[in-house]
Design a protein around this ligand. Structure first.
Ligand code: ASP
Length: 450
């Protein structure tokens, strides 16, 4: 329940977002962000940068322990290896399907509008492609040779693999493992509390992240590439509001309006951080506590989705491919576009949800279909803003699939989903009860006296 001063965190985050955009636009359009100016040095790249970076780092800090604890307790919660396999299979199939639909629709929309025709390549900024991982190495790398290394690097697929294996092994050990089961359950609860603490500063952080990002955007570039930007945003909105919502309604029967309302906060986090991975703690919390997905499903589908499911990124790749192919006068033909769809679905498996990774995936797709990789330089300038929007679509896809899988597995709580106030964080959630403080002090004293 939202208590305290009466305003829910979502409302505060929303205000932070609007103020951040307004202040960012003011600085940008007012020409206050010139290199060397006070605002540029100390506000945008000083205060805003520090607050934003500290917040995103704090979120990233939570991801690994949170995923490990919640996934192991999720496996223990399912308690049945076959059911686990079903959750894995269904979510994988749905993630791939939604990504393929997303990019196919994007290509169709962009091609029928003929975007990119008549664009001058001279304006292209330099773009050098980075290596994207090959599918074979992606598969081999699911298995960590050293789990500490996987944790240190935040390698999500490896962490998921090892956590599931630990969960299954605990189940096999049975009764003797009871203390470990308790430890994991409590660890999960502690991590969830930590998410609440970090989220309390979210409104300020969202403000700082957005004010900085928008102040630094090359807004004049938006006008040059208006066709690309508008078609891409349109395709992203169609996917989020129409395609995904039809899939959600058909497969789970749940209300798209309620879903979208409850996802607002997560979308703002994704929008301001441009990273599905850093948003995992917030997505996981919302999917369990607001949408009513049981932790045994969400603890797997959310980190898995953040890693392999990127509908928004796929849409960008579809629109960008058509745009650049047209700009260079290359006719990819039906088979070329089919290769693009296949390649981008595969590329999404091997790349984590971090800022800007979509462009790396795009270069992989381009070299496969023979489009000039340096063409990506054309869209580089506007990618920062588009990355924010597509990341919000990416996390929405993860949550929608989580709901569908949970519903089909009977791991879904309709009451939580239907309660508009479920899972809201308020200031009161952060207060420590006096009796709890006393209880803990007693425990410590007892231990010390032993
Ligand atoms: N930033 C996106 C994400 O984290 C990936 C991308 O499209 O670059 O989901």
């Amino acid at each position: 329940m939202a208590k305290g001063n009466g305003m829910s965190l979502t409302a505060k985050v929303l205000i932070g977002m609007v103020l951040g955009i307004v202040v960012g636009l003011g600085i940008n359009l007012g020409g206050l962000n010139g290199a060397g100016s006070f605002i540029h040095e100390y506000v945008v790249n000083g205060l805003f940068l520090i607050i934003g970076k500290m917040f995103v780092t704090a979120l990233k800090m939570l991801v690994v322990p949170l995923v490990i604890f919640s996934l192991i307790s999720g496996v223990l919660g399912i308690g049945d290896i076959k059911a686990l396999g079903k959750v894995g299979g269904k979510s994988f199939a749905l993630y791939m399907l939604t990504t393929a639909i997303a990019i196919a629709a994007a290509i169709t929309i962009a091609a029928s509008l003929g975007i990119g025709e008549g664009v001058h390549m001279a304006s292209a900024a330099k773009f050098t492609a980075k290596e994207a991982p090959a599918l074979s190495s992606v598969l081999i790398n699911i298995i960590p040779s050293n789990f500490i290394d996987a944790m240190a690097k935040g390698n999500m697929l490896q962490i998921i693999f090892f956590s599931i294996l630990i969960g299954i092994s605990i189940l096999m050990v049975g009764k003797k493992a009871e203390p470990v089961v308790k430890l994991i359950e409590i660890g999960n609860e502690i991590m969830m509390k930590m998410v609440n603490i970090i989220m309390a500063i979210a409104p300020y952080a969202v403000f700082a992240l957005l004010a900085k990002a928008i102040a630094n955007l090359g807004l004049n570039l938006l006008a040059d590439l208006a066709g690309y930007v508008l078609v891409l945003i349109g395709a992203l909105m169609i996917h989020l509001l129409v395609t995904l919502m039809i899939i959600l309604k058909v497969f789970s029967g749940k209300s798209p309006i309620m879903f979208l309302k409850k996802m607002r906060e997560v979308q703002i986090f994704a929008f301001s951080t441009s990273s599905s991975n850093a948003t995992i703690p917030v997505t996981l919390r919302a999917v369990v506590k607001k949408l009513g997905v049981h932790n045994s499903v969400a603890s797997f589908t959310v980190p898995f989705g953040a890693t392999i499911n990127m509908d928004g990124t796929a849409i960008m790749q579809g629109v960008a491919t058509v745009f650049i192919a047209n700009a260079y006068g290359v006719d990819l033909g039906m088979s070329g576009y089919l290769t693009v769809i296949l390649m981008s679905v595969l590329a999404s498996i091997g790349t984590a949800g971090v800022p800007g990774v979509g462009l790396i995936m795009l270069s992989m797709v381009f070299s496969q279909v023979g489009l000039p990789v340096e063409g990506i330089g054309l869209i580089l300038g506007v990618d920062r803003l588009l990355d924010m929007i597509r990341t919000a679509v990416n996390v929405s896809g993860d949550a929608a699939v989580s709901v569908i899988v949970a519903k089909s597995e009977g791991k879904f709580n309709d009451e939580i989903f239907n309660d508009p106030k479920a899972g809201m964080v308020s200031d009161d959630d952060l207060e420590i009860d006096e009796s709890v403080e006393q209880e803990l002090a007693n425990i410590l004293e007892e231990t010390a006296n032993k």
